[in-house]
Design a protein around this ligand. Structure first.
Ligand code: NOJ
Length: 500
């Protein structure tokens, strides 16, 4: 028996290898790349655009951004968007994921004024992509909140549910005739937890007790509102598939004893944002709901710091996605904290049973170190977990990428990263029967990497930030990715650009 199972293991390992090298990606699997408005557009005050929290944050003195960088010009895609379309077309991308700047369309954040120039900008971009046979995948919100809405409490104010809904309605009425795949909100978990916990990102508020949890609730309701507005007012006329783009960090136990803690970690960092939408039961993940109540009462609060849902709210949120949008970069190991450890940002403070420490798997970096250590098998495990948790849903990988620094066209590290992660994606599809419907490399071009400014680069295309024309040049990884797309397989050379 033991012998047999050993053979089975060896055989399955061999098969997995064979699959990872030879197989083609299934016909429904699409290749793309991504970007976000604040990170590439520039044109921060051009043609009637209103102010968002990043426009304001980068002006703070002292600057919270490395080298005092700003996104005021960035890759200048507001002016040079045709070059982005050209880059996408050159690699023969099947889709391009980009985000809309809320205040470029609605300068105040509200519907009292619609900025024609902003409306036209995205309309032209969508048309140009479609003309090249590239599907536009649109993120409605990627962290650039209108300052007015932020000053009114932003994601912690329940009224944002309607405000976001109003914005979404405007966007659908403008673009739903041409856009069929929507991501309502980018990385809600990073936005609520990281931003409020550390204050390191705009709007720079550090309020760990309630901020992340209020934001968690209202971001779910705002997403559901946008989904339901589409379903009720637009679905009769237009097709549209919806999800959010989750920051799906894979968490593994550091030792066998930490298995339960690892699962709690996953529910805490991702389940709180996915379970209410994708589970059959709806509402908060039970383990987290129970612990948060216990912890909050022990801390002396009269109720859980995790705000409750009414039955109506649970029903309103449940089922409001058509696929699972997943940004995945890296993995962590988890173990209980010792008293000397800093409390991790994704963990609750104040209770010994919830204090855990996350750290990178040993040996998970190679080459010029990415800001995210490399652990390819994590993406496969992450997707298997999503399938176990929420059933056989389609998964779209909405971001995956490797960072470099400095000017460097021969980005072997990025090529290896893409290959190794895509091998794991193939194993997910072929061996684990996960329905993975596409992959977006992050990012199409170098961009403003938030507090890292321009020191961290994810682009398949390099941008010369010293050149007023912001010249775009394909890196080796762009060539490699084009080869993979052309072959629909990983059985390609590192570069086949010239052989086309
Ligand atoms: C996720 C975010 O969505 C994106 O804005 C960022 O640039 C990448 N991660 C890389 O850090």
């Amino acid at each position: 028996m033991a012998m047999l199972s050993l053979q089975a293991v060896v055989l399955s390992a061999l098969l997995q290898n064979a699959w990872s090298i030879n197989s083609r990606f299934p016909p429904n699997f699409k290749f793309g790349a991504g970007s976000s408005a604040y990170q590439i557009e520039g044109g921060w005050n051009a043609d009637g655009k209103g102010l968002n929290i990043w426009d304001r944050f980068v002006q703070e003195i002292p600057s919270p951004i490395m080298n005092n960088d700003t996104g005021n010009v960035a890759a200048d895609s507001y002016r040079l968007w045709r070059e982005d379309v050209k880059a996408a077309a050159q690699m023969k991308l099947q889709f391009y994921r980009f985000s809309l700047s809320w205040t470029r369309i609605l300068p105040s954040g509200f519907t009292n004024e619609i900025n024609k120039a902003g409306v036209k900008y995205y309309s032209d971009l969508i048309d140009a992509l479609l003309a090249e046979g590239i599907e536009p995948v649109v993120t409605i919100y990627h962290w650039d909140l209108p300052v007015k809405i932020s000053d009114l409490g932003g994601w912690t104010n329940p009224l944002i549910v309607n405000w976001f809904g109003d914005y979404a309605r405007v966007v659908y009425s403008l673009y739903a005739d041409r856009v069929k795949t929507w991501l309502t909100i980018n990385e809600p978990n990073v936005m609520c937890d990281l931003f409020y916990n550390t204050g390191a990102y705009a709007p720079g508020i550090k309020e760990q007790v309630y901020g992340p949890f209020l934001c968690n609730k209202y971001v779910l309701l705002a997403h559901a509102k946008a989904y339901r507005i589409f379903a009720e007012e637009f679905r009769p006329k237009y097709i549209g598939r919806f999800s959010l783009a989750y920051h799906a960090l894979w968490i593994e136990p550091a030792t066998r004893r930490d298995a339960a803690l690892a699962e709690l970690g996953r529910q805490h960092q991702l389940g709180r944002y996915s379970y209410p939408i994708f589970s059959k039961r709806g509402g908060w993940p039970p383990s987290i709901e129970k612990l948060m109540l216990k912890v909050s009462l022990a801390e002396g609060y009269s109720e859980s710091r995790l705000p409750s849902f009414t039955e109506d709210e649970i029903e309103f949120i449940k089922g409001t996605a058509d696929f699972y949008g997943m940004n995945h970069y890296t993995s962590y190991l988890i173990r209980p904290s010792t008293p000397e450890d800093e409390p991790g940002i994704w963990f609750l403070t104040g209770s010994p049973e919830l204090r855990a420490t996350l750290f990178y798997p040993p040996g998970s970096s190679y080459g010029a170190a990415s800001i995210f250590p490399v652990y390819p098998v994590g993406i496969r495990r992450m997707m298997a977990w999503v399938k176990r948790q929420y059933g056989d849903i389609d998964i779209l990988i909405t971001e995956n990428g490797f960072s470099t620094s400095g000017y460097q066209l021969a980005d072997f590290g990025r090529v290896n990263y893409i290959r190794e992660y895509l091998e794991q994606v193939q194993l997910s599809i072929e061996v684990d029967n996960v329905s993975v419907i596409g992959y977006a490399a992050w990012s199409l071009i170098d961009s403003f990497e938030w507090t890292d400014g321009y020191t961290t680069k994810f682009g398949l295309y390099e941008i010369d930030f010293n050149d007023p024309n912001r010249t775009r040049t394909p890196r080796l990884s762009a060539n490699y990715y084009a080869c993979v797309i052309a072959a629909r397989s990983l059985d390609v050379k590192d570069s086949c650009w010239c052989e086309d």
